[in-house]
Design a protein around this ligand. Structure first.
Ligand code: HEM
Length: 510
């Protein structure tokens, strides 16, 4: 009896101590949050819905209303000015549209990518995903080493040597469209562009033929789509995994992430085999990825994982972004006949009936560039970036203590009347070569050292595909497609940009 009561009172004592400890820890944490609020509350911002979760309720409500979340951020930027504050637990995020601060922070290598978002993408629901690859790497040295190795595969010189492959893949899309042109078939241009951008990246970057336009059953594109969907839930809602109703979906996302990595491993092994056999191999992105490992003394497990991180990174960063840009461009051209006519005229003047578009032709289609730039102003398909700022800084006269995440949103800047007159009007003249350049308020490819590595790649690809489309086809949008935006983290058209296609009567040759 006495032994039993001794054990029971010990357990009781331990439990009380634990409870008191937890209570004290909780109170300390509350005090810490209060301290953070006091430290940053002089910065304007929307009222907090709750002490702990800050403005999260309002953000979740905006998302569930089917609105584009970025429109809420735009509304807040217009209400609270060039820097405003959001809170969540002890984290402080400052949304910055001040051009001088955008320049100061994004152009400097001193401010690392913010851990809150980028570290989280190391895994996707527990499966290694973007790891320490180029987009997510937060350590400057580790990132710089990779970027230096990858740069040659994205140099203008190398990409110009690949224009033939870009042409060949774009022609496959035109052949596919020719089969449905002048029929009653409605085509999802977004789907078509998704296939062609994936075909291009697998061929130009990895030397592999997927031929997706004719083989829609390939699991690889579905896996990419699934991962992109999974990423949104994973990033936006930390409780997503707790609900059993989501487990089936999460299972599929995990399988998809694994498929991307196993495909990467297969392609890397095949290329290594080709090198060992003395075959002629291209100097493409895959070659650079392999170089990143062979620059070390021996290829260890970590190097192999890093190679796979970058393999997945290129597909996630480089495919849907360009496909959605093309789809949004078609959506806008479909509703603006005058701009469409001008773009077609330029294509006819520069390439006429030519089949093979050269780098020089691409350079001569300046109006088409303006159209594509304007598309990314209204629909930046990768709408922002963030940095961790540890030093005190001053933004627009407000002294800001260090220790916060700076959020830079190119959707918000691109739609602010302070930067662009009549901002919701689609007007390619804003990007006329003689027009004043936007000052650090237009950055669809981000800015500075961590700007998009694939910018040249994407621009060649988008222009070439669009030029061939305008050369050969007329298209009419199904009603209800305009301003039809789904916000999945990246922006994508909601209803797929459904079109009817007609031949223009131009059959290119030579
Ligand atoms: C219209 C098409 C594209 C847009 C709008 C776009 C936009 C962006 C943006 C905004 C970033 C910065 C992301 C961040 O800070 O979190 C980025 C980074 C990156 N993008 Fe793109 N991108 C496009 C196409 C591509 C393509 C085609 C590739 C590859 C073939 C690519 C590869 C990358 C890589 C590797 C990075 C990380 C760069 C680094 O930190 O060193 N992107 N892109």
């Amino acid at each position: 009896m006495s032994l039993y009561s001794l054990i029971a009172s010990c357990i009781g004592y331990v439990l009380v101590c634990l409870l008191v400890f937890l209570l004290i820890a909780f109170l300390c944490y509350c005090l810490y949050i209060k301290y953070i609020h006091m430290k940053f509350d002089h910065i304007p911002g929307p009222p907090r819905d709750s002490f702990f979760l800050g403005q999260s309720q309002t953000i979740l409500r905006a998302m569930s209303d089917g609105r584009v979340l970025h429109d809420k951020f735009l509304e807040w930027s217009e209400t609270y000015g060039p820097v405003y504050r959001l809170n969540n637990l002890h984290f402080v995020m400052l949304c910055i549209t001040c051009p001088d601060t955008t320049k100061e922070i994004l152009m400097s290598p001193k401010y690392p990518k913010d851990k809150l978002v980028y570290k989280r993408l190391f895994n996707l629901f527990g499966i290694r995903f973007l790891g320490n690859g180029l987009v997510t790497s937060q350590d400057h040295e580790q990132w710089y080493k990779q970027r230096r190795i990858m740069d040659p595969a994205f140099s203008s010189l190398y990409l110009q040597s690949q224009v033939g492959t870009f042409n060949e893949r774009a022609d496959k899309l035109m052949d596919k469209l020719a089969t449905v042109a002048d029929t009653s078939t409605t085509v999802s241009m977004q789907h078509m562009f998704n296939c062609v951008t994936l075909d291009v990246i697998t061929k130009v970057a990895f030397g592999v033929d997927l031929n997706l336009l004719n083989d829609s059953d390939t699991p690889f594109p579905k896996a990419i789509e699934m991962c992109l969907k999974g990423m949104v839930h994973y990033l936006r809602d930390v409780t997503f995994q707790l609900y059993p109703k989501n487990w089936k979906f999460i299972g599929k996302v995990k399988e998809s992430a694994e498929l991307l990595r196993t495909t990467g491993k297969l392609w890397i092994d095949e290329r290594n085999m080709a090198i060992r056999n003395g075959d002629d191999v291209p100097k493409d992105v895959l070659a650079q990825i392999l170089k990143s490992a062979s620059s070390e003394e021996k290829v260890g497990n970590d190097d192999e994982e890093l190679m796979l991180d970058n393999f997945v990174t290129f597909f996630i960063a480089g495919q849907e972004t360009t496909a959605n840009q093309l789809a949004f461009a078609v959506m806008e051209l479909g509703r603006l006949p005058e701009i469409l006519a001008k773009a077609k005229q330029e294509v006819d003047d520069v390439i006429g009936m030519k089949q093979e578009i050269s780098s020089a032709d691409l350079g001569n289609m300046t109006y088409l560039s303006q159209v594509l730039k304007e598309t990314l102003r209204l629909y930046p398909t990768a709408p922002g970036t963030s940095r961790y700022i540890s030093d005190d800084i001053t933004i627009n006269g407000i002294r800001i203590p260090g220790g916060f995440t700076g959020i830079f949103n190119s959707y918000v800047c691109g739609r602010m009347a302070a930067f662009f007159d009549d901002p919701l009007k689609f007007d390619p003249e804003r990007f006329h070569p003689d027009a004043a350049k936007p000052y650090y308020c237009y950055y669809p490819f981000s800015l500075g050292p961590r700007s998009c590595l694939g910018q040249n790649f994407a621009q060649i690809e988008a222009k070439l595909v669009m030029a061939k489309l305008l050369q050969r086809f007329d298209f009419s949008l199904l009603p209800g497609q305009s301003f039809d935006v789904l916000d999945t983290g990246s922006l994508r058209p909601k209803s797929g940009v459904m079109c009817k296609i007609r031949h223009r009567g131009n059959t290119p040759s030579g």
